[in-house]
Design a protein. Sequence first.
Length: 522
Amino acid sequence: MSEPETALLYEAYNELHGLAREFSTPFSSPAVVVVGHQTDGKSALVEALMGFQFNHVGGGTKTRRPITLHMKYDPSCESPLCRLLPDDGAAARPMPLSDIQAYIEAENMRLESEPCQFSEKEIIIKIEYKYCPNLTIIDTPGLTIPAPGRKNRVLQGQACSVEALVRAKIQHKEFIILCLEDGSDWSNATTRRIVMQIDPELSRTVVVATKLDTKIPQFARSSDVEVFLKPPASALDGCLLGDSPFFTSVPSGRVGSGHDSVYRSNEEFKKAISMRELEDIASLEDKLGRLLSKEERSRIGVSSLRLFLEELLQKRYMESVPLIIPLLEKEYRSTRRKLREINQELSNLDEIKLKEKGRAFHDSFLTKLSLLLKGTVVAPPDKFGETIQDERSSGGTFTGTDGLQLPHKMMPNGGMRLYGGAQYHRAMAEFRLVIAGVKCPPITREEIVNACGVEDIHDGTNYSRTACVIAVAKARDTFEPFLQQLGNRLLYVLKRLLPISVYLLQKDGEYLSGHEVFFKAC
């Protein structure tokens, strides 16, 4: 495939990935998901693959949403051209790196204040640059291993949330997993332990040993280096993509114009990465006492990993085409059909026809409500019915002055899933049972005498009338809270008729476009 064709294929899959995320469509494009712990050098490796530094990529648990980087090689872009895809579905627009970093930081602060501090929804950034590979990389929050003990429960909860997010992201079969390990002992699996829960055979996993430059001095014997470069299959517990792990080093230091900056430009940073690869190869050959083979050299350095991922992703793109085209055609036919229906409806938008449709829908809707109140088995109880416990949880409970509820087991049909008229009658039955157990407060002689006040004539009639007034007032104070609870419960039961009526209208083909929005608002 020629370079222009490759670029077009990659651009098409970029758009497909964005559409799948934006519209929750059933298809998705291949991508590389980066997984690693906070200290594994994940952010540095992603920056090295991009060819320029981007401070807010990664960041451990400070990154609370996955970041999808659609990188596209463009030799005409002397500086990185970045576009952020907004969450509101608007078109991607060019943005300075500083603005993108500010947006990511704002998202982190927003999620940090919410009960669920992490979100699976991706932040999508499109990047064009002369040093960028043709890759789609999804950078996930860094995994952590908090210390045990009650005082670390907050950190333990955050670690579980991050792990759950990572597991959900790598479960997509079309994704390639880039598993980072920061250790010189392959039997000590940290990130692989989590990855193998989703990909037990590591058949779609690329393992990368990061920080190679710090590991080489740790080996005392050449045999240790041999085992590290070519670990036995038993140590990795699977058959990796690329047969063996890759080994990378990223030089320290930031790009900038300040006095503490090491590199003045991205070009200098890129050259430093290349120099680090050469130094790592020389150090390995010195430790081994021999030259590295061509196969061994192909797994050393960021450039080797980048080339491997590009070729692997392009292969996956070609393999996915026969699977995605039928799905795209299905979505296309569905969209065309909906468009014809909308156009047909728009052509009938005159006053007389609209009034006729409105009257017909009004009559149909009232008929469905009446049917639900009288009783029907058309709507499935397992979908729309509620037990007495479900009803109490959402519609409120009948609670007496003692704060106790009537046990649900004492309620007739309490365990049945009811709706409509049946649910209404059960609520009334529960109200009657509760009221039957309420004792009216007694009326004392002192209350009657005090209520009569200073009138000149005190006869039996006045005392009787006063006692009745007191009895009515006490009855109101006693039963009014129960009537309020009954009103809330019955209002909840009747509101539930709306979605069930919509279901019946849809089933009978009497459902018009636009009604769904209306009923959701209700």
